[in-house]
Write a protein that binds this ligand. Structure first.
Ligand SMILES: Cc1ncc(C[n+]2csc(CCOP(=O)(O)OP(=O)(O)O)c2C)c(N)n1
Ligand SMILES: [Mg+2]
Length: 593
């Protein structure tokens, strides 16, 4: 006999090419556990330390591939622990399917053990959520969940009561009410705007004298088209976090990241442009875009719901980024006046010198920028990089020069802590031949990372390239929020909320059988990276960094200075160190003009 659980797993594998499912067991999914066993673990159940690691890894799978990530958890607490990873997928628009167990149908509504109203719990995060109450639903619920996740680039959940999992699977009978769904078929559709809209867009872009382009994750796969567009228009290209690897930083017109953790060339380009072309980005911070009325806007997005949300766009092109640019390019004229572009290139080159100077500033004991700056040129081809939420994201976004073929993942919109090590695991399973490097703060490491590190160490042997490097910035502080408190709220660092307990990251990694390096002096940074990158296995690189090195925004605003001053007057214990660091940084910045 084939059980419903077996049927569902088999259909995921056979019809939808799902190779692995990240999860954690419980009696609410005992039918699935038995089914994995009876199917000789195909698709493969990948056990991780916590359900949120499963949902982050599944999300990472969808971020590092063009496929759906799949995770599974037991009823009640298991489902609840999945949520953060599912929301990460929802907010960053990646397809993920979650299979969740539920108590037996007869116990539902009786306040039974671990009984949670799962459709209600999962409703907000899901584009589709349904409970399988009869074996005949199994086929269309699997098909519909996968199809919905793909079509909406979102989350779909199937809840399966445990007795239904164990029940004999049945084809729907040929009767009124039954449906007969199909599995995967066909590839992604062509999505293109109307020709006259393309012509209107080209008119605006051709007229512009100072064109700025902003790309996001929608531009992944449109590298050549973005580069040609920028070339023709004499434009610079800034990158939102989710699109940070979409275009290599070694192109002379790429201004890099944007926003608070962005670069000065991106900020200046947005402030000075007369035309804005946004491609596949839902970058949230409108205050880093041109002022309303300053620039004419054209936007390309595959999802019409995201167009014109941040900036008034004159021409709104609903379409796939690559296909739409390909159709737009023949209408674009090569701009003959290259002054804007030449100036951008000069500013970008200057900014690269500023970054190098900043990375070399002294700190106690270590300047975090140096750690990223030294790593960047040493990165192997095709490296996969992940970053957590925290100041590490600042340094990562500015000091890593992404090259062609590299890919990256960060929780761009939910900005959740704890995702980077689980992402590294998902990246490794998806691309076992590539080097994976995660950048994580000590807070995020203590929150989830140290648990996920057990998985990194445990699974390392099975990969063709077993190299996964986890960089931990040990600054003893929830630093990003400490800075936010100062710069946004005008409050001094509050020790009770910001300090972290000491933890021996390197020693702990060693206990897990990993190679471990602990770096606390500037001269040791580069040799330690060389050693880490030469090691054919999992590595933990603990960098003991200075929490008082200010993550200088690309443009110092009046409110920031006012709030910092307030925080200092209220008695911030690090005021003196911060001012010393900031003064040095400003002096170096000015000197490299
Ligand atoms: C789950 C979650 N909780 C809280 C936050 C708020 N938050 C954002 S960054 C941050 C501090 C991160 O500290 P750490 O990981 O040590 O990195 P650092 O900023 O010190 O480099 C916090 C608390 C969040 N984004 N996600
Ligand atoms: Mg920290």
């Amino acid at each position: 006999m084939t059980t419903v659980a077996e049927y569902m797993l088999h259909r995921l594998q056979e019809e939808w090419s799902v190779e692995r499912i990240y999860g954690y067991p419980g009696d609410g999914i005992s039918g699935f556990m038995g089914a994995f066993h009876d199917l000789d673990n195909e698709p493969e159940f990948i056990q991780v330390r916590h359900e949120v690691i499963a949902s982050y890894a599944a999300t990472a799978h969808s971020k590092f591939t063009d496929e759906v990530g799949v995770c599974i958890a037991t009823s009640g607490p298991g489902a609840i622990q999945l949520l953060n990873g599912l929301y990460d997928a929802k907010l960053d628009h990646r397809p993920v399917v979650a299979i969740v167990g539920q108590q037996k149908r007869v116990s539902l509504g009786s306040d039974w053990l671990q009984e949670v109203d799962l459709p209600a719990l999962l409703q907000d995060v899901s584009e589709f959520v349904q409970t399988c109450m009869a074996p005949e639903q199994a086929r269309h619920l699997v098909d519909r969940a996968m199809r919905t996740a793909i079509a909406t680039r979102g989350v779909a959940c199937v809840v399966v009561p445990v007795d239904v999992q164990h029940a004999e699977w049945e084809e729907p009978e040929r009767a009124h009410g039954s449906v007969f769904s199909s599995g995967a078929g066909g590839s992604a559709p062509r999505v293109l705007p109307e020709g006259e809209d393309l012509i209107r867009a080209a008119e605006i872009l051709n007229k512009g004298e100072r064109v700025a382009i902003l790309i996001g994750q929608g531009a992944i796969g449109a590298k050549a088209e973005v580069a040609v567009t920028a070339e023709l228009l004499g434009a610079g290209v800034a990158k939102a976090l989710n699109g940070i690897a979409a275009l290599p930083d070694d192109l002379p017109f790429v201004t890099g990241s944007i926003g608070l953790l962005g670069t000065k060339p991106s900020s200046d380009m947005m402030a000075g442009c007369d035309t804005l072309l946004m491609v596949g980005s839902n970058f949230p911070f409108a205050d880093w875009l041109p002022e309303e009325g300053q620039a004419r806007g054209v936007q390309i997005d595959i999802d019409g719901r995201h167009i014109g949300l941040r900036y008034p766009m004159e021409v709104q092109l609903v379409g796939d980024a690559r296909q739409t640019l390909e159709a737009l390019i023949p209408h674009l004229e090569h701009k003959t006046d290259r002054r804007w572009r030449e100036n951008l290139e000069k500013e970008i080159a200057r900014w690269k010198r500023v970054l190098a100077e900043r990375a070399n500033l002294p700190a106690d004991p270590l300047n975090p920028m140096r750690v990223f700056h030294e790593l960047s040129p040493l990165l192997p081809d095709g490296a996969l990089l992940t970053a957590d939420s925290g100041t590490s994201a600042n340094w990562w976004a500015r000091h890593i020069a992404f090259r062609d073929g590299m890919r990256a993942a960060i929780s761009g919109t939910l900005a959740t802590m704890g995702c980077a090590v689980p992402y590294a695991l998902g990246a490794k399973f998806a691309h076992p031949d590539r080097t994976v490097i995660a950048a994580v703060g000590d807070g995020a490491m203590q929150m989830i990372g140290i648990n996920a590190l057990i998985d990194v160490a445990h699974y390392a042997d099975r990969f063709e390239n077993p190299q996964t490097i986890v960089l931990v910035l040990n600054n003893g502080d929830l630093n990003e929020v400490t800075w936010e408190q100062r710069a946004m709220a005008g409050d001094p660092r509050f020790d009770a909320s910001q300090s972290l307990p000491a933890f021996p990251y390197a020693r702990y990694a060693e206990l897990l059988g990993m190679k471990a390096l602990r770096v606390d002096s500037p001269d040791a940074v580069k040799p330690a990276w060389e050693e880490a990158l030469a090691h054919p296995g999992p590595v933990l690189y603990e960098a003991v960094t200075d929490p008082n090195m200010p993550p200088m925004p690309p443009q110092l605003r009046f409110e920031t200075v006012r709030n910092m001053t307030r925080a200092f007057i209220k008695g911030d214990p690090a005021a003196r160190d911060i001012m010393r660091h900031a003064a040095r940084a400003v002096r170096k910045d000015l000197a490299s003009r």
